[in-house]
Design a protein around this ligand. Structure first.
Ligand code: SAM
Length: 255
């Protein structure tokens, strides 16, 4: 998969995209990441990328022409049209589901705004989707672009050492992930739950499933609306007195 990031601060993105899993995904050829400096698509000696807003008021607005040229350049060589995404606090909220959907694309062009944002005509003519990473306002789209790339990259086949890892992540099936433990067996007087120590695979799976459901009920009951359960899991929920509570949140009479 290919990502093109359009930014006026391209060096902000250098280091985080070279390290750890993303760095390895790049060197192993799972992803190609191009970082384009929007200033190189300007046509004046000062490399102007922003100007004062028509109508007056606060701040500066990013000019449409350099952005449109940068998008056209990023598209070079594409067989099918790349999807152009503007990072914006006004966009659709970025979720694991949206990340999974976008991981099917061949090429994403991520446009990072700055100042008061981009000229409306660039948005309407050149942008396919707008994505927000949350209900707060950052100074620029570079951090959101990194969030989007990081989340999508770990979903791509071959990127994580253990492919099941992403499937069992929080949000992947309408549940938070179960609590996890490693050595030592006792820490600050808290022992590791005995269910995890006996080596009984079935018992471990049941324990993990039930703790994931209880944690979701406690912290994010809204997620259960999309959760689906196998018949074994439904029996387990019933046996532990959780079936009615979960069914109510899942929007059904019974599981
Ligand atoms: N004036 C704009 C508004 O009120 O909607 C906010 C502009 S913000 C200071 C500058 C840039 O940061 C935006 O154009 C966008 O690219 C990026 N940005 C800020 N918050 C964001 C968020 N929550 N999600 C995605 N991008 C964001």
């Amino acid at each position: 998969m290919r990502f093109s990031i359009l930014s006026i601060f391209p060096h902000l993105l250098d280091s985080p995209l070279q390290e750890s899993i993303i760095g390895r995904a790049r060197s192993d050829g799972h992803v190609v990441i191009d970082i384009l400096d929007i200033r190189t698509f300007t046509d004046d000696a000062q490399h102007t990328t922003d100007d004062r807003p028509y109508g007056g008021g606060e701040g500066m607005v990013m000019k449409p022409e350099p952005l449109a040229r940068a998008v056209a350049h990023a598209r070079t060589g594409d067989e099918s049209p790349a999807r152009v995404i503007l990072l914006s606090p006004q966009g659709h909220l970025f979720t694991q589901g949206l990340a999974r959907q976008l991981s099917q694309e061949k090429h994403l062009i991520l446009v990072c705004g700055r100042y008061e944002g981009v000229d409306e005509r660039f948005r309407s003519d050149c942008v396919d989707d707008e994505i927000s990473i949350g209900d707060y306002v950052l100074t620029g789209g570079e951090l959101p672009a990194m969030v989007v790339i990081d989340t999508i990259t770990r979903l791509l086949p071959g990127v994580l050492g253990c492919p099941q890892s992403a499937e069992q992540d929080t949000f992947s099936r309408g549940l938070l992930k179960h609590p996890q433990y490693t050595r030592p067996r006792s820490f600050n007087g808290h022992p590791v739950p005995p269910e995890l120590l006996g080596g009984n695979h079935r018992e471990i799976e049941s324990y993990r499933f039930l703790t994931a459901v209880r944690r979701t009920l406690e912290r994010r009951p809204d997620l259960l609306a999309t959760a689906r359960f196998t018949s074994d899991e439904k029996r387990l929920l019933a046996r532990h007195g959780l079936a009615d509570k979960v069914a109510a949140l899942a929007g059904t009479d019974r599981l």
